[in-house]
Structure formats: structure tokens, C-alpha cells
Design a protein around this ligand. Structure first.
Ligand code: CA
Length: 661
């Protein structure tokens, strides 16, 4: 009898150690999240249509209060799936102006896991599972009377199945590059790379990261909702044990100053009194369609303030891309304002050093002149006081509220429409706060904001309604700087719709129409893409204020049909559809502006691409077909789309197509 009791007790103990798990499925039943608790550790995994997309991966955070990566227990076992969420219910819709879609619909299943660590401190790990997306975040209930919690790191990881290939871009070393301005998310991409390959700097990778899980599907990993209460995170190098882990900023960022950890307040003014982390997003699909079309970065955030006015999307001319520093003078800016006026563009961007080379009084004059042509100015600013060596002025104005607000008040009086703020310094919390402070103040003075030399925006188009877009990409300036980048332009622009530009707006900085990257349009290296490629890129690149880097000489050089297209090209989209493509090889997207569809394709491969596209929006109709003819060059033709929506098209190497009515 005694023996039996011991036996049953040890059986009971063994049962206690067994994994507890729960499965949560998306509304359409295809995306499946599994949550597990084993040996005091929490794990999750993700399947799509029964195929493993993320294998068992770690959860948990390290804090100054206690460790939430081990010794975790669920007092009442793992709860059953619930259907209503902690914020906004399990279904909500919203509108936005500055992204790939004007309406977001978010229909999800919420799952909250309440755990305690060894010290009996509580943490909630929260999940939402929607069709093709799994997101999670941590929410820590207020501990005693603490005002906040310092999160020093995370165990959160993403373990992709073996054989997965990567489409990822490395994090740079800190304080390297031009005037020690990195990291600025301006690195190249691996294409179908191996997970085991070490990252270029050994610093891991920046968000977003795209993975191909053999023939089973695609996974896009990113984060959203990072604001002044967190740091910007990245992924570690690959480790066979845990995959890719969430990493905090590097010690050396911002000239080595400032903490790498995150200080998060307990929101005692909310019913739960919790401290929350940003949301980690995982988008999965059998094809690239859900990756290109996802709005998850926006679904999981809320606007932080109301827009102070209706902000106008549009196009801008930019003298600096080709005419460079010498063009920052009164007369050249008149030329680019006139060019914007002739094209019917809304904006003209005046780049660095305008304060000394043109001066405030003359800028006021230029602004008045621009407005007389229906154009408004955007002005360049240096973000920094001290955290890198970028010398360009105006400096010391955007990094402190009194100077910034005084400057913005002047801009408002002078009729300036927006600012481009350049040269930030990494992802520490003080820098994330600087972005938020600039955006918030700019809204008070009716200014829209573009960031350059900067981090990835994480849900910001919705959080900050006057935020337009960020560079955070190896952008068009490199096409000017080197022929190497010019040769890679087609490849680069066929990666971003699936990755960088799938989670956030991107200021690429220009549809370039000069044949040569020079003011005389004869010297220096040539552009390697066709005219139709560049025009189509104005559709595939998504940002609500798009740079059309047309030059004054282009007005007399370009065929009438190209100029007509560039005059009318929209920059805001009600809907975006993936049609076809493969990262780094080719892409075909459809975007809808009101009732007008624009189908745009780019080819980065060496051979011409013959595609049979399925375009129900054009079924049985004759559309305008912008295409490169191998012999005759850029053409505007008519194309009859078949009754079933089939359109047969050919895209030349480094060329493009556009179909529109
Ligand atoms: Ca840059």
C-alpha cells in the first residue's frame, strides 16, 4: 500500500512536469498558434495550413524587478482560448491615409497567458491570431507601488524550420560609415541566403526579416508600436538552438551614450495598470500574397493624437539627388519650384545647408514664390546635437523642444509644409523619444515629417498622423554615388515590396528620369533601368509623399506620354494586391486609387519576363499599357485584357510595365 502511494505520488510529480499546451487558430482556421509551458519556460510555435512556419521558440523578458524567462508557472493551468481582446474587441476596422491601404480590418482571436515567476511576480504574455498573422507582446501588472519597470532584454525568439532561406539585411556596427552616422538601416540584403551564414557585422539583422520556408511558405517578422516607452529591437545572428532572438540596441550607439534597456511605466491611469512592450509580428502565407498585403503593423497600434489639420499627400521635386550640394541656392531652387509647378506637384524639397546658403529671409521669399505656383516647400534639418558627426546645418534645432518649437512656429508662418529630418543615431530609447517628440511638435504646427538616416518606422503612419515615411533603406542617393548601386537598382526595388516596404512607408527618394546621373545628363555613369521601370517604381514604392526626381532638362527630353503619366501619378492607395513576383527577381503589384487601378511590374533579371497575369479588375477591358519595347524603347500601347482577366505581358530586363485605364 505504501509502495503504491509513493508510486502514485511520483506519477503525480511527473505529470506536474509535463508540458502544458494550448492551440489557438485564426478566424479562417488556417493560421495556428501553439503555446506551451514546460520546465518553467514559455514557448510558442506557428503553423500555416498544417505546415510548421515557426518551430518551438522562446518567450520571456529580463527586468530589473525579476527574471521572467524561467521558473514560470500558470496557477490554474493554461487557459482555454478566449475570443475577445483586451483592446478594441476581437474585430475592428479603421481608416488611414499614408499606407498601402485606406482601410484596415482586423479580425483576430486573443489569447492571454497569466504567469508567475519564482518571486511570485506576475506577467501576461498576450497573443492575437488573425488570418496570416500571429502577434505577441508582454504586459506586466504593476508590482507593489513601482512607477515603472526596466526591461533589460528578451528571450523572445523566432526559430525557423531547417532548410529555410533568408531575405534579410544586417545591422551595422555603431558609429561607422559617413561621419559616424550608422546604424541607419542602409545595408544590402541576402537573397535566398543560408540561416547559418554569419551576418556581415556579426550584429544580427534589422526588422523586417523575410524567410522562405522551403516550398511550404513565407514568413515576415517585424515589430510595431515602438514609441518613446521602448527601444527599437533587432534580430540576433542565427543560433541552431533558438533561431533568431530579439536583441536590444548596441552599447556603442549614440556615441556610446544612453542605456540599451527600456524603461516602461506602469500605466496607472488605465484599468489594468500594466507596463506593455511593443508587438512582435509574424506574417505567414503559402505564397507572398499575405506578406505584400499585410496591414498588421497598423492593425495593432492606435493613433497617439489627432491630426491638427488634413495633411495633403503628393509628389515632390528634389534638386539634391542629381545637382547635389551646389544646388542649394536661391536660383536653382526657383528652377525646381518651377519644375514642380509645371508637373502639378504639391511639394519641393530644399536639402541641407539652406540656412547658410539661402538664408531664412530668402527661404520665406522662396516659400511665397512656391505658393504662387501651387507648390509648398519641405525643409531639411539635421536631427542632432551630439550623437554623430554629421556637419550639415541647420543643426541643434530638432533635438530640444524650445528651439524646435520656435523653429516650427517660424515654418508655420512662412507656409512651409513639412520637414525632412536626417542623421539619427540608432535605436536606444532616447532616440525613439526624439522621433516621437519631433512628430508631436510638428503636428502642432501643421508640418508633415519624413525621416532619413534613421530607424524603421514601426506602425508610425497610424500612430502619428503627420508622419509620412522614412528612408531606412539603401536608397536612390546610392544610384547617384556609384555605378555599382545603379546596376543593382532593379534588384533592390524588387526586394522591398516583399520586405521593407511591406511593413512601412519608404522614402526611396526618387523616380529618376535622367539617362546619366549628372546635371548635364551626359557625364558620369548611366542609369541602368528603363524609363518605364522608373515610372512603374513610382507605383511599387509606397510613400504618401513620393519623390519624383525629375530634372528641369527632362521637361524637353522626355516623350509626352511619360510626362503625362508622371504628372498624374497618385501616391495614396485604397488597396494593394500582390499579383506576382519573387524578391530580388521581379515584382508585379496592383494598387487602387479611388476607382483607378494601377498594375505595375519591375524585372531585375537578365532575361525578358513573359507573364500571364490574372487581373479581374481589367477583365474584358482595353487598358493603357506602358511597356519597354526591346527595339523601339518606351511605348504607350493599348492592351486588350481577356474576358477572364488574363493579361499577357512582357517585361524587359531592368524594365517595367504599367497597366491602367
Ligand atoms: Ca541616407
Amino acid at each position: 500500500m505504501k509502495k503504491l502511494l509513493i508510486l502514485s505520488m511520483s506519477l503525480f510529480a511527473a505529470m506536474m512536469l509535463r508540458a502544458e499546451s494550448q492551440t489557438i487558430t485564426s478566424p479562417d482556421g488556417k493560421t495556428e498558434l501553439a503555446v506551451e509551458l514546460e520546465g518553467g519556460k514559455a514557448f510558442y510555435s506557428v503553423k500555416y495550413e498544417g505546415k510548421q512556419m515557426i518551430e518551438r521558440s522562446a518567450l520571456g523578458i529580463m527586468t530589473n524587478m525579476g527574471d521572467f524567462t524561467q521558473g514560470l508557472k500558470a496557477e490554474k493551468g493554461l487557459p482555454e482560448q478566449r475570443t475577445n481582446g483586451t483592446f478594441g474587441g476581437h474585430k475592428h476596422s479603421y481608416t488611414m491615409q499614408n499606407t498601402k491601404a485606406s482601410k484596415g480590418y482586423y479580425d483576430y482571436k486573443f489569447y492571454g497567458l497569466s504567469l508567475k515567476n519564482d518571486k511570485e511576480q506576475k506577467i501576461n504574455i498576450c497573443f492575437e491570431v488573425s488570418d496570416n498573422n500571429v502577434v505577441f507582446w508582454y504586459s506586466i501588472p504593476q508590482h507593489k507601488d513601482a512607477g515603472g519597470i526596466v526591461i533589460t532584454g528578451e528571450a523572445s525568439s523566432f526559430k525557423l524550420p531547417e532548410g529555410t532561406t533568408t531575405f534579410i539585411t544586417p545591422q551595422s556596427d555603431p558609429m561607422v560609415g559617413w561621419m559616424r552616422t550608422k546604424p541607419s538601416y542602409e545595408e544590402g540584403y541576402s537573397l535566398d541566403g543560408q540561416m547559418t551564414q554569419r551576418s556581415h557585422y556579426g550584429r544580427g539583422y534589422t526588422f523586417p526579416a523575410l524567410f522562405r520556408v522551403k516550398d511550404d511558405g513565407w514568413v515576415l517578422i517585424s515589430e510595431s508600436g515602438n514609441d518613446s516607452h521602448y527601444v527599437g529591437c533587432r534580430l540576433s545572428d542565427y543560433n541552431p538552438e533558438y533561431g533568431y532572438k530579439v536583441e536590444f540596441p548596441m552599447e556603442g550607439e549614440s556615441n556610446g551614450w544612453g542605456s540599451t534597456s527600456a524603461s516602461v511605466p506602469f500605466r496607472t491611469n488605465t484599468p489594468n495598470k500594466t507596463a506593455r512592450t511593443p508587438v512582435r509580428t509574424i506574417t505567414v502565407g503559402k505564397t507572398l500574397k499575405p506578406i505584400v498585403e499585410t496591414t498588421i503593423a497598423y492593425d495593432v497600434v492606435q493613433p497617439k493624437y489627432e491630426p491638427s489639420q488634413v495633411y495633403k499627400p503628393g509628389r515632390y521635386t528634389w534638386s539634391w539627388l542629381v545637382w547635389q550640394d551646389n544646388s542649394i541656392n536661391y536660383n536653382d531652387q526657383i528652377e525646381f519650384i518651377d519644375l514642380a509647378g509645371a508637373m502639378g506637384y504639391e511639394y519641393c524639397l530644399v536639402d541641407a545647408a539652406w540656412d547658410t546658403k539661402i538664408g531664412y529671409k530668402k527661404i520665406e521669399e522662396l516659400s511665397r514664390y512656391a505658393q504662387s505656383k501651387g507648390v509648398r516647400l519641405l525643409l531639411w534639418y539635421n536631427s542632432n546635437g551630439s550623437f554623430n558627426d554629421a556637419p550639415q546645418s541647420p543643426k541643434h534645432l530638432m533635438d530640444n523642444a524650445p528651439a524646435r518649437r520656435r523653429e516650427m512656429e517660424w515654418m508655420q508662418r512662412a507656409g512651409i509644409a513639412g520637414i525632412k529630418v536626417d542623421f539619427f543615431a540608432g535605436d536606444k530609447q532616447h532616440t525613439m523619444k526624439l522621433y516621437e517628440d519631433i512628430l508631436t511638435d510638428a503636428n502642432d504646427f501643421g508640418l508633415q515629417v519624413i525621416f532619413h538616416g534613421c530607424t524603421l518606422p514601426r506602425g508610425w503612419e497610424r500612430m502619428y498622423p503627420n508622419f509620412v515615411s522614412s528612408e531606412a533603406v539603401l536608397a536612390s542617393e546610392n544610384v547617384f554615388f556609384s555605378e555599382y548601386a545603379a546596376k543593382n537598382e532593379a534588384k533592390d526595388l524588387t526586394i522591398h515590396p516583399f520586405c521593407r516596404n511591406a511593413v512601412a512607408s519608404m522614402d526611396w527618394g526618387g523616380t529618376i528620369m535622367n539617362k546619366y546621373l549628372s546635371k548635364d545628363n551626359k557625364s558620369r555613369h548611366p542609369r541602368h533601368t528603363t524609363d518605364i521601370f522608373e515610372m512603374a517604381a513610382a507605383i511599387t514604392i509606397q510613400t504618401s509623399i513620393q519623390c519624383i526626381a525629375i530634372q528641369p532638362n527632362n521637361l524637353t527630353e522626355l516623350p509626352e506620354f511619360e510626362l503625362d503619366f508622371l504628372k498624374k501619378v497618385p501616391t495614396t492607395w485604397d488597396e494593394t494586391q500582390y499579383i506576382d513576383g519573387y524578391p530580388g527577381k521581379y515584382v508585379v503589384l496592383a494598387r487602387r486609387h479611388g476607382t483607378d487601378w494601377y498594375v505595375a511590374g519591375l524585372n531585375a533579371e537578365k532575361e525578358e519576363k513573359k507573364l500571364s497575369l490574372n487581373l479581374p479588375q481589367f477583365a474584358g477591358r482595353t487598358v493603357n499599357y506602358y511597356v519597354d519595347d526591346a527595339k523601339k524603347g518606351p511605348q504607350l500601347q493599348q492592351l486588350k485584357v481577356e474576358e477572364d482577366g488574363t493579361a499577357k505581358v512582357t517585361i524587359q530586363p531592368n524594365g517595367g510595365i504599367i497597366l491602367t485605364r
